[in-house]
Design a protein around this ligand. Structure first.
Ligand code: SAM
Length: 254
């Protein structure tokens, strides 16, 4: 019986499952971790290509099931909360990086994406099923209505693509919303900036979307600070590109 509190919507549509596996394109020697394997619909298909896979699952009953159904040589089951899991504890072979996949529990998707930014330099790529609306915010460009904190903070560190949309009917039970598959590839050299400062600036800037940026960040920056960072003080925050937010963050506390 699926548990609502764990965000359990199990993927049952075989065609969609194969589309996801094809997008991930698992290779035998990859070091991969799947978040929230659930009943192992993706897990089994991934293991058709991979020699070995790590999974992180919170639900104790599902953990027991996974341990019973898969040999430990093939599947390492980490029981626990992905939000607290130390992904750096999975060390890929020399000259390789970690691959992260999952049909994520939607109630924890933002904090989980932020938790994973901590290991971005050790990651090759991430493929996730998320709420379509969240993926749209992740990939939104300046000027679009959905461009905001999530867009700026994640676009600073990742190239991201919405690969395809998945309807509620692909799941059991069906979620209330459309889903989408996103591919995230860490940027080798993100613009130099302190993550905490960028977060502070972006959070403040988007706290009042309908005001112009000068008013949103009043108290944090003067109009001259904005001009020095190349920001037009009259713009709405959703029109300010990433580089300019980085410029502002690098001015914070000077
Ligand atoms: N991957 C399976 C599928 O595609 O059918 C299940 C996906 S279901 C949307 C989310 C899974 O994540 C469930 O198995 C749930 O128990 C697990 N989960 C929920 N919260 C979690 C957390 N904080 N850490 C790890 N796993 C979690």
């Amino acid at each position: 019986i699926p548990r609502k509190r764990f965000g359990q919507n199990f993927l049952t549509d075989q065609a969609v499952l194969y589309d996801i596996i094809r997008a991930i394109d698992p290779q035998p020697d990859d070091t991969m971790v799947e978040i929230g394997p659930g009943l192992a619909a993706m897990t089994s298909l991934l293991l058709e290509s991979l020699k070995h896979l790590h999974v992180v699952e919170l639900d104790r009953d599902l953990v027991a099931r996974l341990r019973k159904n898969f040999a430990p040589q093939r599947l390492t089951v980490h029981e626990g909360d992905a939000l607290k899991f130390d992904f750096a504890s999975i060390v890929p072979a020399a000259d390789r990086k970690l691959r992260v996949v999952g049909n994520l529990p939607y109630n924890i998707s933002s904090p989980l994406l932020f938790h994973l930014t901590e290991i971005a330099p050790q990651v090759q790529d991430q493929h996730f099923m998320l709420q379509k609306e969240v993926v749209e915010r992740m990939v939104a460009e300046p000027g679009s209505k959905t461009y905001g904190r999530l867009s700026v903070m994640l676009q600073w560190r990742y190239h991201m693509d919405l690969l395809f949309v998945v309807p509620p009917t692909a799941f059991d039970p069906p979620p209330k919303v459309d889903s989408a598959i996103v591919r995230m590839i860490p940027i080798a050299q993100p613009l130099a900036c302190d993550a905490g400062k960028l977060e502070q600036v972006v959070t403040k800037a988007f706290s009042q979307r309908r005001k112009v940026i000068r008013n949103c960040v009043a108290g944090m920056f003067t109009e001259n600070d904005l001009i020095d960072a190349g920001v037009d003080p009259q713009l709405r925050p959703e029109a300010v590109p990433l580089e300019q937010f980085v410029g502002l963050a690098n001015r914070l506390g000077l």
